[in-house]
Design a protein around this ligand. Structure first.
Ligand code: B12
Ligand code: SF4
Ligand code: SF4
Length: 270
């Protein structure tokens, strides 16, 4: 470690920040220079909108439990919620590590909050974590459109730390962990994934299937209420379908499908 004279910054090596993230609970971690990031750079999704001084992107991921994603969607969802909590915690810890060295850090959450506009349909994040993870050598985009890691296949959830610190980057993977088996496309219950290896062909189909009781359901419910009689409204809020909406609103997310994630043979231990 060296002190830069005149500036109150202390150099950070890639190895030490990665070791710190792993020690805090990250299962995968990689470093990318902003110049290697191939996501948007002048619109939503740009690291420079998160931090104009951005130099480095730190990709962190935690692994899913196979038992949970094979269980019912309530169990799988609550594990995802826990993973999102962990990613926010690890991201914040890494951010503090970086700021103690005199640089700036901003953690981009694994999921919400997102900018909601009619154009983006609320589906474009401040940073698309897969693009960062590709640049940081954590994995590569598989046929199912998910980041496939050598260690856990697509069974990782991701977050990003944007920083002004210049940190030596990792190299992109020079091989493709996706084995082109097309299992992910075959198991998708709504045909969202292209069977010819072209990724996610119908994202809205996936959205409506996996985020059951999410925003589209809520909008439908409220619209329905507007045209109902008083007696029908009372009946509607006493129905289990409303309790589902209430429960999901409290939890924050609900994933009714993880079939493409579960089916991938890469990195599967059982
Ligand atoms: C919106 C969203 C969705 C939408 C739309 C997805 C889409 N393909 O358009 C819907 C609701 C359909 C969805 C579904 C799912 N999602 Co989702 N989703 C997101 C979210 C919140 C934002 C993504 C975003 O900003 N997209 C906008 C565009 C611009 O970005 P992008 O689609 O990611 O594509 C960019 C990069 O992938 C990159 N890229 C693509 N291909 C390549 C190839 C190369 C070589 C390179 C360099 C770059 C590159 O360039 C693209 C443009 O910048 C992210 C969280 C996040 N902040 O990243 C999670 C996220 C992508 N989702 C995730 C998951 C797990 C799921 C689901 C399994 C749902 C579930 N049950 O959990 C399904 C899987 C569907 C599938 N097979 O891909 C994980 C992915 C983990 C992984 N291992 O890849 C993320 C990262 C959440 C997280 N924190 O872990 N999702
Ligand atoms: S999460 Fe389910 S609906 Fe969405 S692409 Fe994967 S298998 Fe299809
Ligand atoms: S299931 Fe097969 S085709 Fe799909 S991402 Fe995994 S290895 Fe690639």
């Amino acid at each position: 470690m060296t002190m830069t004279k005149g500036k109150e910054t202390m150099a950070i090596s890639g190895e030490e920040v990665k070791a710190f993230a792993r020690e805090r609970g990250a299962d995968v971690v990689g470093i990318a220079s902003v110049s290697e990031y191939h996501g948007p750079v002048d619109q939503l999704g740009s690291p420079f909108l998160v931090m104009p001084e951005a130099k480095t992107l730190i990709s962190i991921g935690v692994a899913m439990l196979l038992g949970s994603i094979r269980s019912n969607s309530r169990i799988a969802t609550m594990d995802s919620v826990k993973m999102y909590d962990e990613l926010r915690r690890i991201g914040y810890d890494v951010g503090r590590f970086v700021e103690r060295r005199g640089y700036m850090a901003a953690t981009v959450p694994p999921t919400f909050m997102m900018t909601n506009t009619i154009e983006t349909k609320g589906m474009v994040a401040d940073i698309p974590h897969k693009a960062v993870a590709v640049a940081a050598g954590v994995g590569a985009i598989g046929n199912g459109d998910l980041l496939v890691t050598p260690q856990f296949g697509p069974r990782v959830r991701l977050a990003t730390v944007v920083t002004s610190a210049p940190i030596e980057p990792d190299k992109r993977l020079d091989w493709d962990p996706c084995g082109n088996c097309h299992k992910c496309a075959a198991v998708c219950p709504v045909g969202a994934i292209s069977p010819d290896g072209k990724g996610m062909a119908k994202p809205m189909r996936c959205f409506h299937r996996t985020e059951k009781h999410g925003m589209p359901d809520l909008i439908k419910f409220i619209e329905g209420m507007l045209v109902k009689s008083n007696a029908e409204r009372i009946e509607a809020v006493r129905a289990p379908s409303f309790w589902d909406l209430y429960q999901v609103a409290g939890v924050g997310v609900f994933y009714d499908c993880l079939k493409c994630v579960e089916s991938c043979p890469v990195g599967k231990r059982s």
